[in-house]
Design a protein around this ligand. Structure first.
Ligand SMILES: [Zn+2]
Length: 241
């Protein structure tokens, strides 16, 4: 079932909060806190270019898509695991570019890693579900159940693809998908925070050059290296100074 924009896509309660399209911590690390001076959002999809006032700008958020319980309480551990993950990648960027390999035990500590890997993966499910919902597409039931803590199988996977160098922008790629008889069949999406891109795929495989497909279950996985250095992709959304 497609959800109306006013329903939380996770639990069906009224949606009273707006999730950031890019993680707020990623935006702040790229552009700083406080009032932005010259940050611009280029939306190549509809040809617009808008100034961003700060990391809490409505232009950086989806329209209301989650209830407060899901956005703040339920998914807080997922957000926290992502924050740890991205900090590790930033802090070890040069080493990771050489090895193209990541071991989540080194990020979370061996004892906590199993739980935190799952939390990290569910952060990616959250980010992807918000994107589908915002486009008026039904969030697959398996993903809704995943964020509620149920088993999620292998239909959804992500990969991590390092940028060739540290970039001065944040980028969201267009959502792609195939349909069969008018029904959505599969999806592919990617976001880049200036250090690495996350590739998201539902019912579709991720090209190996973008990194090894990961389901949040194995401790280690191979990283990809973004094969291009161009500053934007047609129809993408770019946040830049
Ligand atoms: Zn909810």
């Amino acid at each position: 079932m497609n959800k109306t924009p006013k329903q939380c896509w996770m639990c069906d309660n009224a949606a009273t909060t707006s999730e950031h399209v890019n993680k707020k911590t990623d935006v702040k690390k790229m552009f700083g806190s406080g009032t932005f001076k010259n940050v611009v959002k280029h939306d190549y999809d509809n040809g617009t270019k808008k100034k961003i006032q700060g990391s809490d700008s409505q232009l950086l958020k989806y329209s209301k898509n989650l209830c407060a319980t899901c956005n703040n309480h339920r998914t807080q551990p997922y957000d926290f695991a992502y924050t740890q993950f991205e900090a590790y990648v930033r802090n070890n960027f040069d080493e990771l570019k050489k090895s193209l390999f990541i071991n989540t035990n080194n990020i979370f500590g061996k004892r906590a890693a199993k739980k935190q890997r799952c939390n990290l993966f569910l952060y990616f499910v959250k980010a992807f579900g918000c994107q589908l919902h915002d486009r008026g597409l039904p969030v697959p039931q398996v993903l809704r159940e995943a964020v509620l803590g149920k088993n999620y199988g292998n239909t959804f996977r992500i990969s991590i693809c390092l940028d060739q160098m540290k970039m001065q922008f944040i980028q969201n790629f267009p959502l792609e998908g195939d349909q069969i008889n008018g029904q959505p069949e599969d999806f592919f999406w990617a976001q880049d925070n200036g250090f690495f891109a996350v590739a998201y795929a539902y019912n579709r495989s991720i090209p190996a050059k973008f990194g090894e497909e990961w389901h949040g279950k194995t401790p280690q996985f191979k990283l990809g290296m973004w094969p291009i250095t161009r500053t934007f992709w047609p129809d993408s959304t770019l946040l830049t100074k």
